[in-house]
Design a protein around this ligand. Sequence first.
Ligand code: ZN
Length: 261
Amino acid sequence: MDRGAPSAEESTFRGIPGLQTHGSGRVFFGQWNAEAALPSRLSYLLRIILGMLALGSLGCGTFSPGGFPAPSDPVIEKQPVNFANRTFDPAAPPSDMPPLSEGENAECESNFTSNASVGSRTMRTDATHAIVTITQVRLTLGLNVTIWTPAGVSPHVMEHEQGHRQIAEHYYQTADKVAARVAAPYLGRKTEIAGADLNAEANKFLQQLAAEITDEYEKQLDPNPAQLLYDNITDHSRNDVVATDAVARALKETTASAALR
Ligand SMILES: [Zn+2]
């Protein structure tokens, strides 16, 4: 690239199952709520792969080689909820089912996914320095919910698992607003980067930002307090509290406590 030529770079994060790491990148966070076992086990998965798309150099001012516009609102794409109801043979649970702990007989697995890409304009100021301006943040959101039950599960336990599903979907209803709130402050941000290889530095920087954004989205969305409270209210389906009542109460109480923070 010619010295002084602005360039656009976009860093894209995509997740693949099975690759686990920590700290940064595209975030895949999930939980499963297990019944008939104490304590409830929540697992957080952070699965990351970094993919990068570097776009070529371009002219001055606004541009659109990658199809992204000048600074505007974040682009949030919320995919439909992907729901599956699966039965399993307790003697031979399928390999893609989160393991049941001893005493558990059903669970609701909910995974919120987020995939951030950050677009920028980079202006070199000398051979080893450049100003990176964030021109676009794009977030793709998803929610995968799977209810796992053994064949012949009782209606009461099934209703309980559906309650976990309702809570996850309730949080997902406003997930796009959460994502937009997280992403908006990044737009227009200017940062100086330095290094012998400015393209590499710019890409690294954009990856960091994308990781920050997905981490923050996960933190702000967090449905886990409501899920835990729901299990607490229902004693993991072992008491007679009606699931829908417990969902309403769990959502109300966690929303109230979140407002106090
Ligand atoms: Zn539960």
